[in-house]
Design a protein around this ligand. Structure first.
Ligand SMILES: *Cc1c(COP(=O)(O)O)cnc(C)c1O
Length: 389
């Protein structure tokens, strides 16, 4: 299997198992693993990763953002449980029921709308109700008693099967005292809702609240699932908050040198002439740009690795190319491999490092690596396949 050696993302599958083992070691009691694989596995390519998670690592639960992503998983042969974490228009849910996909319920009126749409179809839809305990995004709102009564109403609808409830934390990744208190209050409200619903006779097979951060920092044996997202891919929920283990970044991003030249003091580089050489400068052009998902915010800021050394980005990042200063790396030549994210010799740049410079989070960096960048899967260094988003 070959691919164009211009810009490509390496996906190192064996690191998924390491990240899973580290996360699961933090979980308590009977909490089971759910892998969050939305947005094509945070940009890592669902086709490369999901079959590996299910067949090689025995993962039983998956979560995606929407119906298209869920059906894609079924089409690639995933037979485990699939939970859609977001909204699906009512007319699309009959197909979800046919494929035994679990839909999130955002509120009571949405539950009634789905039920009406399904009535008489003969295929009930499994669902988990979102409980808004403080994220203020989706979910049932009110006192635990009010929410429990809504859950009872949903439970009672003929064409919905209420299998579970879940909540999502707003600040579980933070070490600040007020955020820890907020997370604890969200947890207590969630389980108060569960207790109240059970008192009303609502039987729930799944009640889950943990994301990556909460599974590590505030594990709770009452959560039946731990929804592992960012740590699965080897990034930090918040790089400012340490983890009790080293996450192993699954993606490495590489590109190539197209041209090397010596420029003279006073010569400017790239659009807008934002960089002017102060000394004779050896300049290399790299075949990657913002259309590949490499942030333009890294103009005159970011660094890359080449020949095991760091080289600065000079001038503006263009759509398909950018320039680096390799004056101190004179062996640089066309066709050389450039590491934008990952290891080269003793040096390493993570997506979290890139994010910090670009003023965003690691999640946005990997999700943003665009569809034109092939994802090349490796297992223990051996190339397994080339995938497109
Ligand atoms: C995305 C998402 C997760 C995963 O969050 P991470 O911070 O990546 O672990 C878990 N639960 C819900 C509801 C989500 O939307």
């Amino acid at each position: 299997m070959d691919f164009l050696k211009r810009t490509w993302a390496e996906i190192h599958l064996e690191r998924l198992g390491i990240n899973i083992a580290n996360y699961c070691a933090c979980l308590q009691g009977e909490t089971k693993l759910l892998c969050v694989v939305k947005a094509s596995c945070y940009g890592h390519a669902d086709l490369a990763i999901c079959p590996y998670l299910e067949k090689e690592l025995g993962v039983k639960w998956f979560a995606v953002s929407n119906a298209d992503e869920a059906l894609r998983l079924r089409n690639m042969g995933i037979s485990g449980e699939i939970l859609i974490l977001g909204y699906t228009p009512a007319e699309a849910v009959a197909e979800l029921a046919e494929h035994n996909i679990i839909q999130t319920i955002t509120d009571l009126s949405y539950a009634r709308e789905l039920n009406d749409c399904l009535s008489g179809s003969g295929k009930p839809l499994r669902c988990h109700a979102a409980v808004d305990t403080g994220m203020t995004r989706i979910g049932l709102r009110g006192t635990p008693e009010e929410i429990a009564r809504s859950l009872y109403e949903i439970y009672d609808l003929d064409d919905l099967i209420l299998d579970g409830i879940f909540t999502h934390y707003a600040a579980a990744d933070s070490a600040a005292a007020e955020d820890k208190e907020y997370t604890a209050a969200q947890t207590e409200k969630f389980f108060a809702v569960r207790d109240e619903a059970e008192r009303l006779g609502v039987r729930l097979s799944q009640c889950h609240c943990l994301n990556s951060a909460a599974g590590v920092y505030t594990p709770d044996s009452r959560s039946t699932l731990g929804r592992l997202g960012i740590i699965l891919y080897g990034l930090y929920p918040d790089p400012a908050t340490p983890l009790p283990f080293e996450p192993e970044p699954v993606m490495e991003l590489r590109s190539t040198v197209s041209q090397v030249k010596l420029i003279q003091p006073g010569e400017s580089v790239s659009y807008g002439r934002t960089f002017t050489a102060q000394r004779p400068t050896l300049l290399a052009t790299v075949t990657c740009g913002y259309a590949d998902g490499w942030p333009r915010a890294l103009s005159n800021k970011g660094e890359v690795l080449i020949h095991g050394k760091r080289a600065k980005i000079v001038g503006r990042v263009c759509m398909d190319q950018f320039m680096i200063d390799v004056t101190d790396i004179p062996e640089t030549a066309p066709r050389d491999i450039v590491t934008l994210i990952g290891h080269d010799g003793d040096e390493c740049i993570t997506a979290d490092d890139v994010a910090a410079l670009a003023g965003t989070i690691g999640y946005e960096i990997t999700c943003g690596i665009s569809a034109r960048v092939p994802r090349v899967a490796y297992k223990n260094g051996e190339q397994m396949g080339v995938y497109r988003l």
